[in-house]
Ligand binder design. Structure first.
Ligand SMILES: Nc1nc2c(c(=O)[nH]1)N[C@H]1C(S)=C(S)[C@@H](COP(=O)(O)O)O[C@H]1N2
Ligand SMILES: [Mo]
Length: 502
């Protein structure tokens, strides 16, 4: 062991920490909810046999995840220490190792599928940091007239100190967004709003094992956003209503809380939902009617649209009529009886029954401009979606699942159907190309703004089967079997599932 080995190992560890700090700071700075370390820990946790995982938890008496994260970091830093000892002997080795680490991180990030872009950017910044800091430790300090092959103690201390200080700064500054988010989350949990929990209408949930529940729990509710999560303290939030109005309005969160609340079950659907897809959920929303606020502002003649803008500049264009007719179009403050989660648009989002999310459901809403469709182009429309986004009549099979092998001959089938605003009159199913049969339906709400459950029990011969479903709305229009992609107006076609009975 050469005299400089401990120095170099230390330099390796510090290099490792610097890269991790930079990666995590970048991910958090981009409002990501996770980072490369979480992602790798998650993968390690999932690939660790249950017994080993239980042993670890038993040993450390803690929830698994933090322990796994610590193990991941310790293993990485141990490798980095060894890489440090190779800085001078085999300078190519650290470079290769860092790329391998970054690829593992990237793989784990993609696998986790959460804040992918933010975490991947963090990983890239981490890789660059590892390479640059390694250069700092291995390049000569010209000012000291140093010889690279024999870094002196003084030169090492200067480098070590400089990198440590910068790393500490990056860690502190990098954790600020996360600390802010934790604070806003704490304040959210302390809010007491004039809301109720909401009970599903009697008979809406047929309570069939394996069938998607009528009410979507908040943690199961789909999440769709183009950027990061905006973090807005409720007391800093403001909404401006302007444009073709007699009088501009600026509203605070308290202003909204002091107004009459409207609560409703409303199914929210993403236009990106494929036939049979799950980009849809049904929640109980509480908030203030947009119609009342627009009436107060005084909409001027000629307006036919409202351009909604979020804190981070995302936009949606919504027909004025959908915000002023009798439907419960809301500035929602709560979902399922609790203040909106940050991911779902805290402090305030828009929810408009009958319209796809891209055309109506702006999260982190801060601006409503009363305007004309021919004056604006929102994000969704720029992206190729239709100017107006009414949700199409659609039905889905949830039971049995595609490819299922059902043990009984008497098979429980079922799923969901929706035609927001209009409502579902009937759901029919067809097995193996035979005649269409009518399914039992769960109860609908009065406003028909939610999905309904459908179900039936069918007796089948052993073998392979094909199940198809179609819905008819309350106007008597049968859901079209023409297959289209989500773009521009939402996917159409009948959902079909293949399964077998024994
Ligand atoms: N600010 C903002 N609001 C947004 C979006 C977004 O990307 N940014 N996505 C919209 C789309 S396309 C849908 S389908 C819904 C999804 O809402 P959720 O994530 O609460 O389910 O939010 C809408 N509101
Ligand atoms: Mo969407």
């Amino acid at each position: 062991m050469s005299r400089s080995t401990p120095y170099l190992a230390g330099a390796g560890v510090l290099t490792g920490i610097a890269g991790l700090a930079a990666a995590q700071a970048t991910a958090w700075g981009l409002q990501s909810s996770s980072g490369p370390i979480d992602a790798v820990a998650d993968a390690v946790g999932d690939y660790t046999p249950g017994s080993v995982g239980r042993w670890i938890v038993g040993k450390f008496g803690q929830p698994e995840a933090p322990i796994v994260e610590i193990i991941v970091v310790v293993v990485l830093l141990a490798l980095c220490a060894w890489l440090g000892t190779q800085f001078l002997k085999r300078p190519f080795l650290p470079g290769i190792a860092y790329v391998v680490f970054a690829l593992i991180g990237l793989g784990a990030i993609l696998r986790l599928g959460e804040s992918t872009v933010e975490s991947a950017l963090g990983m890239a910044v981490g890789l660059v940091t590892w390479v640059v800091v390694t250069r700092i430790f291995t390049g000569p300090l010209v000012a000291l007239g140093e010889d690279v092959a024999d870094p002196g103690r003084r030169g090492f201390l200067i480098r070590f100190g400089a990198v440590a200080v910068v790393t500490a700064l990056v860690s502190v500054v990098g954790s600020l967004p996360r600390r802010r988010r934790q604070r806003v989350e704490q304040e959210r949990l302390l809010l007491r709003l004039p809301i109720t929990r909401g009970t599903p209408p009697a008979g809406a949930d047929l309570a069939i094992a394996g069938l998607t529940s009528w009410e979507t729990a908040t943690e199961d509710f789909y999440e769709y956003k183009t950027g990061g999560v905006s973090v807005i303290p409720w007391y800093e939030w403001q909404l401006r209503i302007h444009g073709l109005v007699d009088q501009e309005l600026v509203l605070t969160y308290e202003d909204l809380v002091n107004r009459p609340f409207t609560e409703a079950w409303i199914t929210l659907c993403g236009v990106t939902n494929e036939v049979g897809g799950d980009v849809i959920g049904n929640a109980y929303w509480s908030g203030v009617r947009v119609a009342d606020l627009l009436a107060e502002a005084g909409v001027q003649a000629g307006a036919d649209a409202v351009l909604q803008t979020s804190q981070d500049g995302w936009t949606a264009e919504t027909p004025l009529s959908a915000l002023t007719d009798d439907r419960p179009a809301l500035l929602a403050l709560a979902m399922n009886g609790a203040p909106l989660e940050l991911e779902h648009g805290f402090p305030v989002r828009s929810i408009v029954p009958g319209l796809y999310g891209y055309a109506s459901a702006t999260k982190w809403l801060v601006d409503l401009e009363v305007t004309r469709f021919d004056q604006i182009e929102s994000d969704g429309v720029k992206d190729g979606y239709a100017e107006r986004g009414p949700v199409l009549t659609q039905s889905r099979i949830d039971l049995p699942e595609q490819g299922a092998e059902v043990a009984e001959r008497s098979v429980q089938i079922g799923g969901m159907a929706w035609s927001p605003r209009t409502g579902i009159r009937t759901v029919e199913f067809q097995i193996d190309g035979s005649a269409w049969q009518t399914a039992e339906l769960g109860a609908a709400t009065k406003t028909n703004d939610t999905w309904v459950q459908w179900a039936a029990v069918v007796d089948l011969e052993p073998g392979d089967h094909v199940l198809v479903v179609r819905a008819t709305d309350r106007n008597g229009s049968v859901q079209t079997d023409v297959e289209t992609k989500p773009k521009p107006s939402g996917a159409t076609g009948w959902h079909q599932v293949e399964f077998s009975t024994v």
